[in-house]
Design a binder for this molecule. Sequence first.
Ligand SMILES: NC(=O)c1ccc[n+]([C@@H]2O[C@H](COP(=O)([O-])OP(=O)(O)OC[C@H]3O[C@@H](n4cnc5c(N)ncnc54)[C@H](OP(=O)(O)O)[C@@H]3O)[C@@H](O)[C@H]2O)c1
Length: 369
Amino acid sequence: MATKDATWAYRDRFDGPTGEGGFARTYFRRFADCIVSSVGVGTYLGDSTDAVDERYHEAIVGALEGGINVLDTAINYRNQRSERVVGRALADADVDREAVLVATKGGFVPFDGERPDDPGRYIREEYLDTGIVDPDDIAKGVHCIAPDYIDDQVDRSLSNLGVETIDLYYVHNPETQLEHRSREAVYDRLEATFTRLEERAAAGDLRHYGVATWQCFRVPPDHDQYLSLPEVIERARAASDAAGTTSTHFRAIQLPFNIHMADAFTVAAHEGPEGPQSTLRFAHEAGLSVFTSASIGQGQLASEGAIPDAVAAKLAGETPAQRALNFARSAPGVTCSLVGTSSPEHLEENLAAGTYTPMGADAFDATFE
Ligand SMILES: NC(=O)c1ccc[n+]([C@@H]2O[C@H](COP(=O)([O-])OP(=O)(O)OC[C@H]3O[C@@H](n4cnc5c(N)ncnc54)[C@H](OP(=O)(O)O)[C@@H]3O)[C@@H](O)[C@H]2O)c1
């Protein structure tokens, strides 16, 4: 488990102009009682092959040994290969495991190593016939967030990652369930699953939990895919009461955020004490950490010209990818920007992004003028 002492010692090793990383001010940021890098490694993209596993292994070891102590994965990424390679790299890197925030997700039914010839048959035999999943709980043929299923997925992720405790466990894209049930039923389901996650936290299997999302916190309230962040937080509080934990372990959200997907900053979709607020604002005031996904537009913002010139001119960084990453990690309320990195050359560039000082709040606002 990531600990206060080990993460702060990690920061001391890399922080400041004289540290090993030469990182700029605010590169390391608070997460609960820990401190984490504001650039994290994601593991979503890439084929399910041994060759890609090896690239990720090298990149993740390099990241951990270079000043990145946030790893993000999910059980379904690359058919469980990403979780397994995160586990191997964590064990192999010359870094204390307790210095690293390991985050994973459950919700999309995962295959095992590769996509089977008959995916329907695999899901039936592995999950339905065994009683782990009730067919009524499946949305879009692949998504389930029922408590018993998530319980099972937490066990599998612990085993894949080779850790005793998952530092941050996300319910993955809960809005997918909106295609299958009402919004109220999704909140009820989240509350039941959060209750189970509170129990797993009390048992020491995970430290914090949250929701990783794609659409629900970026769209306005009248959108089909909308979920209310205040309501989700309320359900986490109720879950803590039901589980008898002293306070909720719900601590973070994840959403896409980049120059072309800045809705979490611009769309006031969540009812705050004085009217509607953006997701970033509401999350900040509720004490939640925000992790951004697709921080460089799934690679697209790394090309010359992809960032509008007027915005690029305001962003520190030598390369387009560094400027894109610095936009995401400059947004107020963002703890860490995740960037999918399986290439050691990209890793070097993304680590160096952290040597540039992020924009202040006024300068960030000004990029929208
Ligand atoms: N709903 C969700 O929960 C959700 C959705 C999407 C993503 N995520 C998480 O967020 C992480 C980040 O998002 P993402 O991976 O989708 O998109 P991303 O980080 O915006 O982009 C990753 C892509 O950019 C490439 N890249 C990385 N650094 C580069 C550089 N310096 N120059 C040029 N290209 C570069 C990567 O290639 P290489 O691999 O070759 O280095 C990869 O193809 C994911 O990995 C995942 O952990 C969560």
